[in-house]
Design a protein around this ligand. Structure first.
Ligand code: DX5
Ligand code: ZN
Length: 214
């Protein structure tokens, strides 16, 4: 199965966002990862549905929207309206929603439903919900900022997810570079999110090939 590369535009140059999106698409990106932060669930603020709608106009690639926000159920309709193809929500109680209900809400709207967990959250929190999702995102850093170091201890979760389901996408996010990409793929991940290692590289196409291990 071909590894899916999802550049996170959090690390892009926002003064030329359209150009950055065209460049990663031409360089071989498969999805565009949009990191949404509200300053409550995580200690940072990024961007909202209006920017996702703008990104939608720049590319036909699937938009993979990662909601690091409280009350994601309240905002899901706006991100779907903006053109999201998959929406991933957090399982932690700090996200303040009924997780199973939100996943159903996402699917009912014809969108792919993703679930994610922070490094400190045990795998048992997502396990009962694996049958209700299209994608499991294993956070390999504590969410909030790009450019942090990969946590190899999270590979246990990737392995466990892979052993339990061959139907869902298994995505990793945080500190992904050529080396940690290889480790993630070996353990069973098939979707790699990468911010810094793509957008801070001189040659985006080479950075993407390196992540795929080509
Ligand atoms: C972390 C975000 C990530 C982040 C990845 O809160 O969810 O998507 O932008 O950035 P890098 O690849 O720089 O770790
Ligand atoms: Zn993310």
């Amino acid at each position: 199965m071909k590894t899916i590369i999802a550049p996170s535009i959090l690390a892009a140059d926002f003064s030329q966002l359209a150009n950055e999106i065209h460049k990663v698409e031409a360089a071989g990106a498969d999805w565009i990862h949009c990191d949404i932060m509200d300053g409550h669930f995580v200690d940072n603020i990024s961007f909202g549905p209006a920017i996702v709608g703008f990104v939608r106009k720049q590319t036909k690639l699937p938009l993979d929207v990662h909601l690091m926000i409280e009350h994601p159920d309240h905002y899901v309709p706006r991100f779907i309206e903006a053109g999201a193809n998959s929406i991933t929500v957090h399982v932690e109680s700090e996200a303040k929603h009924d997780v199973a209900k939100t996943l159903q809400q996402i699917r009912d709207a014809g969108c792919r439903a993703g679930l994610t967990l922070n490094p400190a959250t045990p795998f048992a929190a997502v396990e009962p919900l694996l049958g209700q999702i299209d994608l499991l995102l294993v956070m390999t850093v504590h969410p909030g900022f790009g450019g942090q170091s990969f946590r190899a201890d999270q590979m246990e979760k990737v392995k466990r997810a892979k052993s339990l389901s061959d139907k869902i996408d298994i995505e990793v996010d945080g500190g992904i570079n050529a080396e940690t990409a290889r480790l993630s793929i070996q353990n069973g991940a098939n979707v790699l999110v990468a911010g810094s290692s793509i957008f801070h590289a001189l040659d985006y196409a080479k950075a993407i090939r390196d992540l795929r291990g080509e």
